[in-house]
Design a protein around this ligand. Structure first.
Ligand code: ITT
Length: 194
């Protein structure tokens, strides 16, 4: 009889992130079944993304029996905004959105931006925490373009697709190059070895 797969919980309230990660894990032959858990996590104020991720991870350790992870993403406009919104990405998206962000960089023809993803995993079999990171470099689109994806996707042009925003490519294409896709690849390698 086939052994039932253990559950690996992804703690997130963001269904887009869950869908991207589910797709990225499909047919990867890992011995876990992914399940979404929407728990409201306490977010500390810090400009250190790893510190934020570890804090979130630890804050729910007693509530979950098996292995679980959280994923923290950020959008950084390196030029001309010195990395803003970065760790404030959620708040800025909720308050001024993509239109507001574009106004902040009005008249800059050359821009530089990146997304980062940090996956923080609590791995029950070893009773330890692990981090997996991914980054994608690109620039800011002068206007909102595309309807796929979510969040800042319509204003981010990855270097790999120099004339398309993330919202103009499909989920598989995005996963192949994205911050989240790269972090997930590292998680998959880890799960295959352990
Ligand atoms: P959690 O429940 O998992 O914390 P969240 O929506 O708060 O979900 P993050 O803190 O990871 O997600 O993301 C911060 C912000 O960056 C948020 O406004 C997202 O919409 C945006 N964002 C994250 N990943 C993105 C991506 O791949 N493309 C575009 N925008 C993204």
């Amino acid at each position: 009889m086939k052994k039932k797969k253990d559950i690996l919980y992804f703690i997130t309230g963001n269904n887009h992130k869950f869908n991207e990660i589910s797709l990225a894990l499909q047919s990867k032959n890992i011995k876990y079944q992914l399940k979404q858990l929407n728990i409201n996590l306490i977010e500390i104020q810090s400009d250190n993304p790893k510190e934020i991720a570890f804090f979130k991870l630890r804050s729910i350790k007693d509530d979950i029996k098996g292995s679980y992870f959280i994923e923290d993403a950020g959008f950084f406009i390196d030029y001309p905004l010195n990395g803003f919104p970065g760790v404030y990405s959620s708040y800025i998206f909720r308050t001024i959105g993509n239109e507001g962000v574009l106004k902040l960089i009005d008249n800059f023809e050359i821009t530089k931006a990146h997304f980062s993803s940090i996956i923080a995993l609590y791995f029950k079999p070893l009773e330890k925490e692990f981090l997996f990171e991914g980054i994608i470099e690109g620039r800011v689109s002068p206007r909102i373009r595309g309807t796929n994806g979510f969040g800042y996707d319509p204003i981010f042009i990855p270097n790999d697709y120099p004339d398309k925003t993330f919202a103009e490519i499909n989920m598989n294409e995005k996963n192949n190059i994205s911050h989240r896709g790269l972090a997930i690849k590292k998680l998959v390698e880890f799960l295959k070895k352990n």
